[in-house]
Design a protein around this ligand. Structure first.
Ligand code: NAP
Length: 216
């Protein structure tokens, strides 16, 4: 069974956003986020996507909205630059809209979908990171095996987006970093654990092993 992973930065009083923005600027934390998500799938709510103002490059950006067409229509400055895939196998997928752009060797995708329930992490070879905001964390945390939490060592006044309680369902595995302004903590869900990928069968040393079905 494969699960989502969540990545978030929250203040001591659980703030993750204010006025549809992240209320701090911590370049080292951005670097950490980039390192973790690069080449993977990032899932975000429509408000977070609009707040970033563009897809995250070299990643599959999955944007959750109940009004996909409206999102596309309202942002020609984003979608105008992308190739839209129509029909084909993607019609059977949980996302109705697929845009992509190739820049040199890097490919950036935007997949717009209406329901988190239909998204199965097993369909993707890479990690799927739940990247916020508050509404999406709330819905997806029960399906996350891992939580990478940047704890920003300050109280933030005026926040309007908060990280939901998770402490009873997750346990701390490791403190990955401790900096003057923040620490990075790795939590794991108490009941959901990712299965290790199956070990590759050893190559048969002689033809008999193949016949015996040890290396078919
Ligand atoms: N500190 C961090 O690590 C971090 C990370 C990410 C975001 N943030 C902050 O979080 C704030 C945004 O969070 P938010 O909770 O206001 O918004 P959000 O979760 O980013 O997006 C909410 C939107 O997602 C769509 N949505 C939610 N549930 C859905 C469902 N079940 N099916 C279909 N669509 C669904 C809806 O879009 P429609 O209205 O279009 O239907 C909804 O309005 C911002 O301040 C942002 O900066 C912080």
């Amino acid at each position: 069974m494969k699960y989502f992973k969540a990545i978030v930065a929250m203040s001591l009083n659980r703030v993750i956003g204010a006025g549809n923005e992240i209320p701090w600027h911590l370049p080292e934390d951005f670097k950490w986020f980039k390192k973790m998500t690069m080449g993977n799938v990032v899932v975000m709510g429509r408000k977070t996507f609009e707040s970033i103002g563009k897809p995250l490059p070299n990643r599959k950006n999955m944007v959750l909205t109940r009004h996909p067409q409206r999102l596309i229509k309202e942002h020609p400055e984003i979608f105008g630059d992308y190739h839209e895939w129509r029909g084909g196998k993607y019609l059977k997928r949980p996302y109705q809209f697929h845009f992509s752009k190739i820049d040199g060797k890097a490919q950036t995708d935007i997949l717009i979908f209406r329901s988190l329930d239909k998204l199965d992490p097993a369909e993707f070879p890479n990690d799927i990171f739940i990247c916020g905001g508050a509404q999406i964390y709330e819905q997806a945390l029960p399906r996350c095996s891992d939580l990478y939490l940047t704890l920003v060592k300050r109280e933030v006044a005026g926040g309007d987006a908060f990280f939901p309680p998770f402490e009873d369902k997750f346990e701390l595995v490791k403190e990955l970093r401790d900096e003057p302004e923040f620490k990075i903590l790795h939590y794991r869900h108490k009941n959901l654990t990712e299965e290790a990928p199956p070990k590759k069968a050893k190559k048969a040393k002689d033809a008999n092993q193949g016949v015996l079905g040890l290396d078919t």
